[in-house]
Design a protein around this ligand. Structure first.
Ligand SMILES: Cc1ncc(COP(=O)(O)O)c(C=O)c1O
Length: 384
């Protein structure tokens, strides 16, 4: 395990019951400001992906800092933010179910939200055009491009991109906004330099394709890219109009492993209590239902176990990082270190992947210096 020199200096009150998902409010604010600065310097729009925090409070803070709107994954997740009257929502997930689209479009119409969707198939365009026409709305539409993750998206060299763009342009109820990509393969990069190369490859693919479409007479107002590792690993954004990182608000073991951040930039952790000990492990009250079983997204390697733990009573300086070796649903198995853990001791665990941890929680305990606040995870469990 890569040694982590210091954990968060969180002073969670003794009365706080565990397991609790903690957010260091100062680090959160610093992360929001730092990403906005990246966008401002590169003259890019920032449309943060809110699947990381699922919190209306944090989304509003991102908008107050200068974000132009938000990105969401799922319809019911997006609805939470549309109903909270956020002005602009991009749903970066193909929609192929009429009832879900109707729910979304109707809410966007009712709340005056600038709704933007993605497509990567003729079926997706046809359904979206039909539902938008039926409801008398004109959502923004992006063609999703596969820049190497091989999840959703058209291959950049597929003539389908041109025919979809033409169809969208020709549809009265669709507003063609441009191209959108997500180089999620960067989570599995070997190091920061490799993530930087992936960011540059994505930029080249997207700007070349946008230029070809423009040459063919098709207006391409926006070129939207984004993931936390690729945005942090590059300084070159020429030809792009927008970034959509999500994880950056909390950060976790992936950007840390890639060498893109220091531990002091990780805002999210889980407070947990030792409930039992045996010859092999200290057992804590945070299991897979709190930490998730995530070993890191998209081929992440080099992450051991399910998080890095620190004993809050550990007198050593710096405190010793401990591995969360195994999980059952409600129990975590900590490999004890030099300092003996005993029942009742508290640990702070930095999970591998912050986003699924938040989705499993109902609330975030936000600690800011001496003050503590509880914020709802408004869209927890919204996966439809
Ligand atoms: C389409 C899309 N855009 C943006 C993001 C944000 O990426 P990250 O959380 O690494 O910042 C994601 C993450 O899954 C995504 O799927």
């Amino acid at each position: 395990m890569a040694p982590i020199p210091y954990p968060l200096a969180i002073k969670a009150p003794e009365s706080l019951e565990t397991p609790a998902v903690l957010v260091d409010g100062q680090i959160l604010q610093a992360n929001i400001a730092a990403m906005q600065k990246v966008a401002r310097h590169a003259a890019l729009n920032l449309r943060p992906h809110i699947k990381t925090h699922k919190s209306i409070t944090i989304a509003r803070q991102q908008l107050n800092a200068g974000a132009v709107g938000i990105t969401a994954s799922k319809v019911d997740e997006a609805l939470v933010f549309i109903e909270a009257q956020l002005p602009s929502v991009t749903l970066a997930y193909p929609q192929l179910v009429a009832a879900k689209l109707d729910r979304l479009l109707t809410a966007a119409g009712r709340y005056g939200c600038d709704l933007r969707l993605i497509v990567d198939s003729p079926e997706g365009v046809a359904l979206l055009a039909a539902r938008a026409a039926a409801l008398g709305l004109r959502p923004g539409v992006f063609i999703k491009i596969d820049v190497g993750l091989h999840r959703c998206g058209c291959r950049p060299d597929d003539p389908l991109v041109f025919s979809l763009a033409q169809t969208i342009h020709g549809a009265d109820h669709l507003d063609f906004r441009g191209l959108l990509s997500h180089a999620g393969q960067a989570y599995g990069a070997a190091d920061a330099a490799a993530a930087g190369h992936m960011a540059q490859s994505e930029r080249e693919i997207m700007t070349t394709l946008a230029a070809s479409l423009r040459k063919a007479g098709c207006e391409v107002p926006e070129v939207s890219v984004g993931s936390t590792p690729t945005v942090l690993a590059t300084r070159e954004f020429e030809g792009l109009t927008e970034i959509r990182p999500g994880n950056y608000v909390f950060m976790d073991q992936t950007p840390l492993r890639l060498g893109l951040i220091t531990p002091r930039q990780i805002a999210l952790s889980v407070l947990t209590t030792v409930v039992s000990t045996n010859a092999h492990y200290a057992i804590v009250d945070a299991g897979a239902k709190t930490l998730s079983s995530d070993r890191g997204a998209h081929g992440t390697t080099g992450i051991e176990g399910y998080g890095v733990a620190f004993g809050l009573g550990d007198p050593t300086d710096p405190p010793e990082p401990l591995t969360v070796a195994k999980l059952s649903e409600e129990h975590g198995f900590i490999i004890p270190g030099a300092v003996r853990l005993k029942p009742g001791d508290r640990l702070q665990i930095f999970p591998n992947h912050a986003c699924p941890v938040v989705n499993l929680a109902r609330e975030l305990v936000v600690v800011d210096g001496a003050s503590m606040d509880v914020w709802a995870v408004d869209a927890a469990g919204c996966v439809r």
